[in-house]
Design a protein around this ligand. Structure first.
Ligand code: PLP
Length: 396
């Protein structure tokens, strides 16, 4: 007998992966230059130079048994202290190594946090559409109930009145993601302050804290003079789940962290429970080598020029053609309104007629829109523009 739930998860097709695989197959038939793959969020800019230099230094200078040995479960204290010092410098906080728990990227950070906040089978975790689809898998695997607040399709901020109605006595946390995958929108200080006020009021009403889980793999990917507010400075009960996958283009190295600030209610117990949840899911001691690199490179920043050029070119070209899209201030995604209102149909048509691979908003709990990941080459964007034009014209 096998576990039915995990069997279903292991065999259920992923729309994004299937689209990507289709692109690879089509490239063999029609040539890679004729396939326009906007499906995956895999960084296309190299990691900062200092990362590779530091990897070489660490490999050359750290004794082999230490370099490839286990770290402590939460990650090396010196590496966590270096990350805490960087956060303190940038955001005026007073974190120490004791506030950070290193993980293999954001995914296990989020899962451990969900598990930690699942007090019983009534526990609820809320997210805001459009959202990263793995949240549902993680919340339900943690044993909590997954609640969705429908998208604010005007500005892609947070529909607070709908959130107000969704919160119940069983709500443990609201997970938010800004800059957002898939919309590219950054939640404003105003939105976040109003969210904080709402959660304080509801927390008082129900007699327990309602945490914000700030899922922030795109925190550093922001364009122009837009600022990403640091959410723990707005709401005391914020737990941060961070990843270097996108910010330093290191998704394959699997490194990130959970940050539990002292301002959180029951912060030490909460940290210990996150640690216990990470242990229970077998996710402790992230790779030693990359921890040692992060210790030295904690304040490295990405060079966003290529993403910004892609964003500008794609956004302005699509707008000229008549497409409408959410204001893309961050991450590397554009969320575009399907010209016929049916994003699933648009995605199928674009794939079949133009080898243009776009992800329908259904995947992110927000039908009517499709996502473009513009972490691609500039040349591909240029070559794809006539296909976008033919697509919108075919719906007129
Ligand atoms: N959260 C969001 C919003 C993401 O887009 C992703 C990855 O695409 C993750 C979490 C998972 O990131 P990681 O690769 O660090 O596990």
């Amino acid at each position: 007998m096998l576990n039915k739930r995990y069997y279903a998860l292991g065999t259920e097709p992923s729309f994004i992966r299937e689209l990507f695989m289709y692109g690879l197959e089509q490239a063999k038939k029609v040539g890679a230059e004729n396939v326009f793959d906007y499906s995956l969020g895999n960084p296309s800019i190299p990691a900062p130079k200092k990362i590779n230099e530091t990897i070489c230094d660490v490999v050359s200078n750290v004794e082999s048994v230490k370099l490839h040995g286990y770290s402590v479960a939460a990650g090396f204290e010196d590496a966590r202290a270096a990350v805490a010092a960087d956060l303190n410098r940038r955001f005026g906080t007073d974190y120490t190594a004791a506030n950070l728990f290193f993980t293999c990227g954001a995914a296990p950070a989020i899962f451990a946090t969900f598990c930690a906040l699942t007090a019983d089978e009534e526990s609820e975790i809320i997210t805001i559409a459009p959202f990263f689809p793995e949240y549902k898998v993680f919340v339900e695997s943690a044993g909590a109930k997954f609640k969705i607040v429908p998208a604010d399709t005007e500005a892609f901020q947070i529909n607070l009145s709908s959130l107000d109605e969704t919160i119940s006595e069983h709500t443990q946390a609201v997970i938010i993601n800004s800059p957002n995958n898939p919309s590219g929108v950054v939640y404003t200080e105003e939105t976040l302050s109003a969210l904080a006020d709402l959660l304080r009021r509801k927390g008082e009403e129900y007699g327990h804290p309602i945490y914000i889980i700030a899922d922030e793999p795109y925190r550093e990917l922001v364009y122009g003079d837009v600022k990403v507010p640091f959410i723990p400075n707005i709401y005391e009960n914020t737990i941060v789940c961070y990843s270097y996958s996108k910010s330093l283009s290191l998704p394959g190295e699997r490194i990130g962290y959970v940050c539990v600030p002292d301002s959180c209610a029951d912060s030490r117990d909460l940290y210990a429970t996150v640690a216990g949840a990470a242990r229970a899911s077998g996710h402790v001691c992230p790779p030693t080598l990359i921890q040692k690199v992060i210790e030295i490179c904690a304040s490295e920043m990405p060079d966003l020029e290529a993403y910004e050029r892609n964003r500008n070119r794609l956004f302005s070209s699509l707008r000229e053609m008549g497409y409408e899209a959410a204001k893309p201030d961050g991450a590397f995604y554009l969320f575009v309104k399907a010209p016929n209102g049916d994003a699933m149909q648009f995605s199928l048509d674009a794939k079949e007629k133009e080898n243009l691979l776009v992800v329908p908003g259904e995947v992110f709990g927000c039908p009517g829109y499709f996502r473009l990941s513009y972490c691609v080459s500039e040349e591909m964007i240029e070559r794809s523009l006539p296909s976008f034009k033919r697509m919108i014209e075919s719906y007129r």
